[in-house]
Design a protein around this ligand. Structure first.
Ligand code: ATP
Ligand code: MG
Length: 447
């Protein structure tokens, strides 16, 4: 009886070798765009105390209510429950706070890596997904949001998708304004409670701002006449928001004000923003961020302003593909790691010499992509493999070559094949091989 084979878990994805180049391209372009801003990388654990997210993200958020992968700790010393991180900001604050890097100083950091949320999987929504994010601590002015937004715009520009996304912007005002608005919204919605969708009914108690986001048509209709958040924003927060808009205008970054944009997380104050696209169906938000001046204090630190964003890399990859399609294959080709040289081992006794020779060549020609035949077999079969690998050149080392200290070089494609016979074949002394390959493949030598 044959053994059961395995499949990925629901919502988990493999990125196969054929798809990895686009991921490398997207991540590489985003990180290269960030590079110029001199933010520093921070690497954080995937697993944290569940209480960190309950407090940092908020008990009444979708993430904490229903999306966390949590399980019991096996270590008596822990508080009991551990969670695979659903987002990066709470961990980032935890870390900088723990290491004394927030008090009386500014920090600008970026992070990347997988996040985990127990969601209903669909296109653009997975249970493990990648984010690249950035956070700034210790700076209160709107130039922080402007810089963060500019960074994201630069990344989108580098990916050639800037014209496919729109920046939406809103302000939640200060913490006080947010609370006052919450109260007003609850007073307005309570008489309609029975008509709201079940999620919104629950949120009326726990997280009423989220009701503004509801997809239910009847709830939307009720919400249309609700008190408006901008009317509750105090003068200082208004000025912060106006100044940010002025900065964005000066920077030539187009935006759309969206007063129902509240974002799912509890920790935001003042600015919230999202970059959205219509090219991906329902999962249209490729990046979300904002200011969260209350978060550090909420997690046990001294009051410290903070702001940041997180991009969903899975959605950026989908968008990149939707925008560029096969057209971009040339840009991705350089990342596909094709084999350039295939080294055939014509005699079993040459295996060690071949492994060494291959490594010497790689050192001499750092860009060289050379695959050594390591699975034995007849020369004819090896040459078939060499051809199928796509290599330009096959190198052959057998008993004869070892005896003369030479290598047989065979051109597998293009011009060299014309005329057939041995025309495309040369014997090259091992000592001259690197120079010969450099000439044949137009590669530069390291030294
Ligand atoms: P959504 O409204 O789509 O659920 P969110 O508000 O929960 O998004 P954030 O917590 O702001 O998302 O995360 C930042 C970004 O990470 C999102 O804009 C999105 O691009 C990406 N993202 C979030 N959840 C997922 C997921 N389950 N699968 C893939 N990408 C995701
Ligand atoms: Mg979500």
């Amino acid at each position: 009886m044959s053994q059961k084979s395995f499949q990925t878990l629901r919502g988990m994805r493999d990125v196969l070798p054929q798809d990895a180049p686009r991921w490398q391209h997207v991540e590489g372009a985003v990180l290269a765009a960030f590079g110029g801003y001199a933010y520093e990388e921070i690497r954080l654990p995937l697993l944290e105390d569940t209480a960190l997210f309950k407090r940092g993200v908020g008990e009444a958020t979708d993430i904490v209510e229903k999306e966390m992968f949590s399980f019991a700790s096996r270590d008596d010393k822990d508080d009991g429950s551990l969670t695979l991180r659903p987002e990066g900001t709470a961990s980032c604050v935890r870390s900088l706070q723990q290491h004394g890097l927030l008090y009386n100083q500014t920090q600008r950091v970026w992070y990347r890596g997988p996040m985990f949320r127990y969601e209903r999987p669909q296109k653009g929504r997975y249970r493990q997904f990648e984010q690249i994010g950035a956070e700034v601590f210790g700076i209160a002015g709107p130039a922080v949001e402007a810089e963060l937004i500019m960074m994201t715009a630069e990344a989108f520009e580098a990916l050639g998708i800037l014209s496919s996304v729109e920046l939406q912007l809103n302000t939640l005002g200060s913490g006080g304004a947010r609370r006052a608005y919450r109260d007003a919204l609850v007073s307005y919605l309570t008489p309609f409670a029975a008509e709201l969708d079940p999620d919104s009914q629950r949120r009326l108690e726990t997280n009423p701002l989220r009701i503004l986001d509801s997809k239910s048509a009847r709830t939307q209709e009720i919400v249309r006449s609700a008190p408006q958040l901008p009317d509750f924003v105090d003068d200082e927060a208004k000025k912060h928001f106006d100044d940010l808009q002025q900065l964005l205008t000066d920077l030539n970054i187009a935006y759309q004000l969206n007063s129902s944009l509240v974002r799912g997380l509890d920790y935001y104050t003042h600015t919230v923003f999202e970059w959205v696209t219509s090219a991906l169906g329902a999962q249209g938000t490729v990046c979300g961020g904002g200011r969260y001046d209350l978060l550090v204090e909420l997690l046990g630190g001294k009051p410290t302003p903070g702001a940041g964003f997180a991009m969903g890399v899975d959605r950026l990859v989908l968008l990149h593909e939707a925008v560029h399609g096969a057209q971009d294959d040339e840009a991705l080709d350089g990342l596909r790691a094709p084999v350039e040289v295939y080294l055939a081992v014509a005699d079993e006794s040459a295996q060690g010499v071949c492994l060494q020779l291959a490594n010497d060549l790689r050192r001499a020609l750092p860009d060289l992509r050379l695959r050594t035949h390591i699975s034995g077999g007849k020369l004819k079969a090896q040459m078939k493999k060499a051809d199928a690998s796509g290599a330009e050149l096959a190198l052959i080392v057998g008993a004869q070559e070892m005896a003369d200290g030479s290598v047989t070089c065979k051109h597998l494609r293009g011009q060299a094949l014309v005329g057939a016979g041995d025309a495309g074949q040369h014997t090259v002394p091992m000592t001259e091989l690197a120079a010969y390959l450099a000439r044949s493949l137009a590669k530069s030598l390291a030294h």
